[in-house]
Design a protein around this ligand. Structure first.
Ligand code: SF4
Length: 95
């Protein structure tokens, strides 16, 4: 089965203030008037595997998938984290 692309993996996904937008101006949401989605979805660690990204020609992969336990920074009580802690991608270099 083909692995789904997520916004975590595309360099064109940008966070600006409290919204996530596509730098290629592709609408990430049809619900919002400007095609952006709330950054709260990223904070919650949602998969962010959007339909618009799955066959997108502008997809610019910056790395492999981010494990569910490494996504987001707002979690419900009892959420288990890895030793690296939530929100830090596996391949991120610590200086
Ligand atoms: S895959 Fe395409 S639509 Fe999705 S963020 Fe990247 S460039 Fe934008």
């Amino acid at each position: 089965m083909k692995e789904k692309r997520s916004l975590y993996q595309c360099l064109e996904a940008k966070v600006k203030k409290d919204r996530i937008r596509c730098a290629k101006r592709h609408p990430l949401s049809k619900m919002s008037g400007d095609g952006t989605i709330p950054v709260l979805r990223l904070a919650r660690g949602e998969p962010l595997e959007l339909g618009v990204c799955q066959d997108c020609n502008a997809y610019d992969e910056m790395g492999g998938p981010v494990a569910p336990e490494d996504r987001g920074w707002v979690h419900p009580p009892g959420f288990k984290t890895t030793k690296r802690g939530p929100g830090r991608p596996k391949k991120m270099k610590v200086i």
